[in-house]
Design a protein around this ligand. Structure first.
Ligand code: C2E
Ligand code: MG
Ligand code: MG
Length: 706
């Protein structure tokens, strides 16, 4: 297929080109065939007529020769003639019989009688005596010598004369019946017919020939036959103009031929124009289809397939390298959820237009789908482009009177021509983007080999975590929660513990991995189950368990927890689930449904790590939390005045909303005292107790009770 004539063109276009070419070829072949036929016809007509003319001319000459020969024979083989010519009045006889009759004789123009001794006896031309030796030159003597040996048949020959070409017939004058003694010499009679214009006109007329003339060398464009002397040597040529009937025929039909040629040319032009127009139309529709396949309808930018193709081309041709930025909008989903897809679409268009205005002319710009864009520029053209894009997208957008603020995270990959193809380029940029997203909003991260390593290690860790979960190797430790006033242990927070042989892995590392890989549901339920099993032995202690936002998004989660509580007979009122604010921001409705279902059976909810994230008062109020846990970062900020004021304000806020407060990460006695004075009713931290085994908690409870 690739060996075809037009390998790059679509099939439809190739068919049109082939059909047009076929029509043109057929028409051209027909034109050539007609031209050849016409030429052959005219040539044949001309050559047939030429052959006829040549035949007629030859016949005319033969007739002339035979005629003169017959006249000469009648006058030479003649008893009376012989008698007179051999008598003394021979001269008188010759002059009257032949000489004077040349004046108006239709058969010959001159007569010469030569004696056996070769002297001229009588010579007349047109009735007048003349000197034949001067007139004919040597040809006369030649002819006479031939005539001596020719017997009764006269010798006929063409000869040159002073008056032009002449036909001569010579015969020996001899008796018809009488026998003559052998060795007798005869008189010779020479009759001459001059080929005058009258003679030629007569031949023309009789034999239907045109413009006869005599020429020593025939002219090339004329037809001719040779005229020979007695020895058979060509003396001269009789020539005439060919009638060229072919040309006449051609002239007659040339009008029709011209009309036919014009019709053919018009047909060819029509076929050609139709072909060109069809090819153009098909090309245009192919281009449109191609454009649709490689461009995004909403933004008009290249789409994923489009930029992949362009990138592959750039990688193959541009040896200088390029920079690819992968842009993901922060908070776009929220805009879509809050104001609908029409506003979301409008926002995509505005973002595309704004980013475009900051790009160099030679940049490739694409929308990969959803809220993801890609920008590719030649290497080093705009070094700060990622930061420029982050800043320009962070500027507010106005849509239908609304002010919308979003952000952009960017993953950049710089290829100094060391990335094999576009897919790999995109994969690396994607990895950098992932890292940028993980490290918060509005970040730009450039891909490095280390990132690849991190990903690799993360993938390996994920694999190990999966196996650890299957083998039940993820354990639970318990950190005691103290009543601030009484200083007693009132509860525990269950914390996942993973201690493979290679050393402890922090939950801060493996929890996000479990969340990304979908293992979090399994891990969460394992921790919950282990913690409940353990806590059942403690009778009075409250149990706090951390729940990931991902778990809360799972519609089965509340039912699973309730089933577990029922199965173990654990009092739901003793259980507190700790959640962070993130889930409330990203999936408020789902979170609300799950929380309501579980609160209905008596489970309590604590807002974990308050103060490190969005710290939204709205969330605290609408979800009606049973407890707020102040983040470790706020507690450690107690050391300075500003920090302690923030902490005091936060605790006051919780009290105003009637929510009891737990302080996390209490490490010093000063912190414990300050928190107690500020109104925290529960304390948690290394000062009071590190995360420990269930058995250690049992021992601690005993000591604390004592
Ligand atoms: P968290 O829920 O805020 O848990 C408290 C973390 O603070 C624990 O770290 C604990 O060891 C640490 N901590 C407690 N007191 C102090 C202190 O005085 N100083 C310092 N520096 N640290 C203190 P850990 O065990 O590394 O857990 C980290 C986070 O991982 C937890 O923060 C929680 O968000 C998450 N996590 C742990 N286990 C689970 C689990 O089973 N499920 C889920 N979804 N998340 C978990
Ligand atoms: Mg917690
Ligand atoms: Mg916490």
């Amino acid at each position: 297929m690739s060996k075809s004539l037009f390998p790059k063109l679509p099939l439809r276009i190739r068919i049109v080109i082939a059909a047009t070419a076929f029509f043109m070829a057929v028409a051209a072949i027909l034109a050539v065939l007609i031209a050849i036929s016409v030429r052959d016809m005219t040539n044949t007509a001309t050559s047939i007529d030429d052959a006829r003319a040549r035949h007629a001319a030859t016949a005319a000459i033969s007739a002339l020769q035979e005629h003169l020969s017959a006249t000469a024979r009648d006058n030479t083989v003649w008893d009376d003639g012989y008698e007179h010519i051999t008598s003394p009045e021979a001269k008188e006889f010759s002059d009257t019989t032949w000489g004077r009759s040349t004046k108006d004789n239709p058969l010959f123009d001159a007569s010469i009688v030569v004696t056996p001794e070769q002297t001229i006896l009588s010579s007349y031309k047109k009735g007048e005596e003349f000197d034949p030796t001067d007139f004919f030159g040597s040809s006369l003597a030649d002819l006479i010598s031939h005539a001596k040996t020719s017997g009764r048949v006269p010798v006929v020959s063409f000869a040159r004369s002073v008056d032009g070409l002449a036909l001569m017939a010579a015969g020996a004058i001899q008796p018809y019946d009488q026998t003559v003694a052998s060795g007798t010499s005869f008189h010779t009679l020479v009759l001459v017919r001059l080929l005058s214009t009258d003679t030629l006109d007569e031949i023309e007329h009789t034999f239907d020939l045109d413009d006869l003339s005599v020429s020593v060398t025939p002219e090339p464009h004329m037809l001719s036959v040779p005229l020979n002397d007695a020895d058979g040597n060509t003396l001269t040529y009789l020539q005439w103009e060919s009638r060229d009937p072919g040309a006449m025929i051609y002239n007659r039909v040339s009008g029709y031929l011209l009309a036919a040629a014009l019709v053919l040319v018009a047909f060819l032009v029509a076929v050609l124009v139709t072909g060109i127009l069809s090819v153009r139309m098909l090309q245009r529709s192919t281009d449109r289809a191609r454009h649709r396949a490689t461009h995004d309808v909403l933004s008009g930018l290249l789409n994923r397939a489009g930029i992949l193709e362009q990138l592959d081309k750039a990688i193959a041709t541009d040896k200088a390298g390029l920079t690819l930025h992968l842009i993901d909008l922060d908070g776009f989903k929220g805009v879509n959820d809050a104001w609908g897809h029409a506003v979301g679409d409008e926002l995509i268009k505005l973002v595309a237009a704004r980013v475009q205005s900051y790009l160099p002319a030679n940049a490739l710009f694409a929308r990969l789908g959803g809220d993801e864009f890609a920008v590719a520029t030649p290497l080093d053209t705009t070094p700060d482009l990622a930061q420029t894009i982050v800043e320009c997208v962070a500027e507010p957008f106005m849509i239908g009177g609304r002010t919308i603020e979003i952000g952009a995270s960017i993953g950049t990959v710089i290829s100094e021509n060391d990335v094999p193809d576009a897919l790999e380029l995109l994969r690396r940029a994607d990895m950098a983007l992932y890292t940028a997203k993980e490290s918060g909003r509005g970040k730009a991260v450039t891909f490095t080999a280390a990132l690849d390593n991190d990903r690799h290690m993360a993938a390996e860790l994920e694999d190990r975590l999966r196996k650890a979960l299957e083998r039940g190797e993820v354990q639970v430790s318990y950190q005691p929660l103290f009543d601030a006033k009484a200083g007693r242990v009132v509860g525990v927070e269950a914390l996942a513990q993973w201690m493979p042989v290679t050393g402890r892995v922090s939950p801060e590392v493996f929890i996000p991995i479990a969340e990304r890989s979908g293992l979090i549901d399994q891990l969460g339920m394992q921790v919950l189950k282990a913690a409940i099993d353990q806590a059942r032995q403690w009778k009075t202690l409250a149990l706090s368990v951390n729940v990931s936002p991902i778990q809360l998004r799972n519609p089965n989660f509340p039912a699973d927890v309730i089933r577990l509580l029922e199965a173990t007979g654990f009092d739901p009122h003793r259980l507190t689930l700790e959640i962070t604010e993130g889930v409330l921001m990203s999936n408020p409705d789902q979170a609300r449904r799950a929380i309501e279902m579980l609160r209905n059976v008596g489970v309590k909810f604590a807002l974990d790590d308050f103060g490190c994230g969005y710290a939204s008062i709205g969330a605290l109020r609408t979800f009606g939390f049973d407890r707020m846990k102040i983040d470790r970062s706020l507690v450690s900020g107690l050391d300075n005045r500003e920090g302690s004021e923030v902490l005091t304000a936060t605790i006051s806020l919780a009290h105003a909303l009637n929510i009891p407060v737990t302080a996390e990460g209490v490490e010093t006695q000063e912190q414990a005292t300050a928190l107690k004075l500020s109104g925290c009713d529960q304390l948690q931290g290394f000062l009071l107790g590190r995360p420990m085994s269930g058995a250690d908690i049992t021992a601690l409870v005993r000591v604390s009770a004592a």
